[in-house]
Design a protein around this ligand. Structure first.
Ligand code: KDO
Length: 330
């Protein structure tokens, strides 16, 4: 019995040793690990698209390892982590990029992108190329593709009806913690309060904040409807995130695998975009059924105030001359 056992363990040890040897071979080394950190939940359509479209398409040369709910890095710290070589991928916002490159705030401006298709045209146009290059050269981060997050709407735990920006006076509106986000909160007429996405549910539940803004699919995924009373359809930001990868990691791949990874990223973004658009259409009824008031305010009043605030701001001083007009013309 003892002999059998010890033989078994020798066989097991040998198998383990040969596995280790295999892992050290050049063949195994070709499989790169892609660790992504994001505050998104695993049910967010971008997360779903990355695990169901991106991961299988790169599986024979890369292992995609996502960490949702900001499990690995705090919201807003991912780009620095990639830059320092501690993380491989993220889903970054223009607002986060504006912390490094102020001119990126143009892509975070309220009422700039018209819709998901316009957002994609902007990303793919020549005018975006210098922005991409700047992030690659200075941060070592490659912006692979643009992911549609959706139209951001106000979602409040208060009862008072909101028709114009003036009605938001004194409302503590949670915004993600960066200057470009805070600016948007002020431009809407509210009193912005910075808070990480993962803390928003509790913030609403306890009354630390009066409201938050996010697209309808996010409001469902994060269950904000359980702790709020109304959704005001301001559509103040057609929001986006860029799927990013460390340039160092990307450059180590063969040209063929780089092309496959790029295609996988674009396919995942397209799949997420279509699902997100469909959900935005369907979810108004879902929230009404949950007992929330869902209505459209005076959007023209919001648009006029927000656009004026940006154009008169210091933020817009960093925007390349004539770029707003070129974006509008796309
Ligand atoms: C949020 O914190 O409100 C936000 O919507 C900001 C986005 O840029 C993005 O980080 C998003 O959160 C997360 O992916 C969670 O959906």
């Amino acid at each position: 019995m003892e002999t059998t056992l010890s033989r078994r363990s020798v066989v097991a040890a040998a198998a383990a040793a040969s596995l280790t040897a295999f892992a050290g071979s050049s063949f195994a080394q070709e499989k790169v690990k892609l660790r992504l950190s994001s505050p998104s939940s695993a049910t967010d359509q971008r997360a779903v698209a990355l695990t169901s479209v991106f991961a299988p398409a790169v599986a024979d040369f890369a292992t995609f390892e996502p960490h949702w709910n900001a499990a690995l890095f705090k919201q807003g710290t991912e780009l620095e982590a990639i830059s320092r070589g501690n993380l491989d991928m993220s889903i970054a916002s223009a607002q986060e990029l504006a912390e490094f490159f102020p001119e990126f705030s143009i892509f975070s401006a309220g009422y700039l992108h018209k819709d998901a298709a316009h957002q994609k045209r902007v990303f793919e146009s020549d005018l975006f190329q210098p922005f991409k290059k700047m992030v690659e050269d200075k941060l070592g981060v490659k912006l692979l593709t643009v992911m549609y997050l959706g139209r951001r709407q106000l979602n409040l735990r208060t009862d008072k009806k909101i028709n114009t920006p003036e009605d938001l006076a004194g409302i503590k509106l949670r915004m993600p913690g960066s200057e470009a986000w805070m600016f948007l909160g002020r431009a809407l007429g509210a009193n912005p309060t910075p808070m990480a996405f993962t803390e928003v549910y509790t913030g609403l539940q306890t009354g630390a904040i009066d409201g938050q803004d996010n697209p309808l699919p996010t409001n469902r995924d994060a269950k904000f409807f359980e702790v709020t009373k109304q959704i005001v359809l301001t559509s103040h930001l057609v929001d986006l995130n860029y799927l990013t990868i460390s340039k160092k990691v990307f450059d180590k791949l063969s040209p063929a695998n780089q092309a496959r990874l790029q295609k996988a990223a674009d396919d995942a973004a397209e799949s997420g975009r279509q699902k997100q658009l469909k959900l935005e259409d369907e979810l108004v009824q879902f929230f009404k059924d949950k007992g929330l008031q869902v209505y459209t305010p005076n959007v023209d009043a919001f648009r006029a105030r927000v656009q004026k605030a940006y154009l008169e701001s210091d933020l817009s001083k960093s925007w390349p001359k004539g770029l707003v007009e070129k974006i509008n013309a796309l």
